[in-house]
Design a protein around this ligand. Structure first.
Ligand code: CA
Length: 233
């Protein structure tokens, strides 16, 4: 096990927070504790934990709001703690984005087993390649190949799979010009140069979805990213 993994425990009941924290430390994790919603969001941004254990009912704002805010910036795995089973059902129905749920009272040993399973899944989902961070017009556009998620200034951009692959191909080219034929080959797998208008129409729809003017047309050649900085965070 990786002893450098950091878990943020967000829990306002001191006895539960202490029991969970000490169990996790004895398993070799680094642990930080936050006791209310606003502090949890701040700590998450400052520490970039590998996983967050998140109580639902918190002072300040609740675990649903914490989850929403921390996922605006990064898809950190979350294990949510609830007071009742029907709360878990409600959260799953809302699609709040936690990776697992535990109902109180729970055994710290069981919680640690769940945490390890979520971390294992997160590591294997991360095999889609490193995420790409682009800056244009003062906006940051993040492209995460493992989740196929794109955000612009923290806002989700809903691209079709083809639009995603097109944007990713341009991002990975790091500002170099790609011809329509190259993009057809990379994204659609066409090798014969047919269907260049397909590229143009998909470029138009990606442009319409992003507010930053990210994609540059190189007349007579193809497309490139207008990004002032294209690189890996
Ligand atoms: Ca609580």
């Amino acid at each position: 096990m990786n002893s450098s993994e950091l878990i943020l425990v967000v829990e306002d009941e001191p006895t539960i927070a202490e029991a969970v924290a000490s169990r996790l430390r004895s398993e070799g994790f680094q642990v930080e504790v936050a006791v209310d919603g606003p502090t949890a969001v701040d700590r998450c941004a400052a520490l970039a934990p590998d996983l967050v254990v998140l109580d639902l009912n918190l002072p300040g704002f609740d675990g649903i709001e914490v989850c929403r805010r921390i996922h605006m910036y990064r898809r950190v795995p979350v294990v949510m703690l609830t007071a009742r089973d029907d709360e878990t059902d409600m959260l799953v129905g809302l699609g709040v984005g936690a990776d697992d749920y535990m109902t109180k009272p729970f055994s710290p040993r069981e919680l640690v087993a769940r945490i390890k399973a979520v971390l294992r899944r997160a590591r294997s989902a991360g095999s889609g390649g490193p995420s790409l961070s682009l800056e244009a017009d003062g906006d940051t556009v993040e492209i995460d190949p493992s989740t196929r998620r794109v955000t612009e200034a923290g806002r989700d951009i809903h691209l079709t799979p083809t639009e995603f692959d097109l944007l990713r191909a341009l991002a990975e080219a790091g500002g170099a010009v790609l011809s329509r034929d190259q993009l057809l080959a990379m994204v659609w797998g066409y090798r014969d140069g047919s269907g260049v208008r397909t590229v143009d129409s998909h470029i138009r729809s990606v442009r319409a979805k992003l507010s930053a003017d990210l994609i540059r047309t190189v007349h007579g050649v193809g497309y490139a990213l207008e990004a002032s900085k294209a690189g890996r965070p």
